[in-house]
Design a binder for this molecule. Structure first.
Ligand code: FES
Length: 103
């Protein structure tokens, strides 16, 4: 069943930054780009490195291990060695709480 679960405080995600969170057993990466909050899987699809340890630049996250980049809005992989995209999640915000949709 799909439902929304609390992931973070909205005020903890500043413009141009990202924040890792664990939600219902999933490691996710939240980011704010152009005022909007986005959520993608926080684990690299290449060798399962924590992307929360990576760095964000211009809406992309770079994996700290082999430097594949992923689009934080869509999860799309932008360069090898990773070839699979990150899963992206629907986001909703109520008050100061960010929720993501998990099935
Ligand atoms: S583990 Fe992320 S690019 Fe290799």
């Amino acid at each position: 069943m799909t439902a929304y679960y609390e992931a973070a405080k909205d005020s903890d995600i500043q413009e141009g930054t990202m924040k890792a969170a664990d939600v219902k057993g999933l490691h996710v990466l939240l980011s704010r780009i152009g005022g909007e909050v986005y959520a993608v899987s926080g684990t690299c699809t290449h060798e399962e490195t924590d992307l929360g340890l990576g760095f964000m630049l211009e809406g992309h996250v770079s994996c700290p291990l082999h430097l594949s980049q992923f689009d934080l809005k869509t999860g799309a992989v932008l360069n090898p060695p990773a070839t699979e995209p990150l899963k992206s999640f629907n986001v909703k915000i109520e008050g100061d709480t960010v929720f993501i949709e998990v099935s």
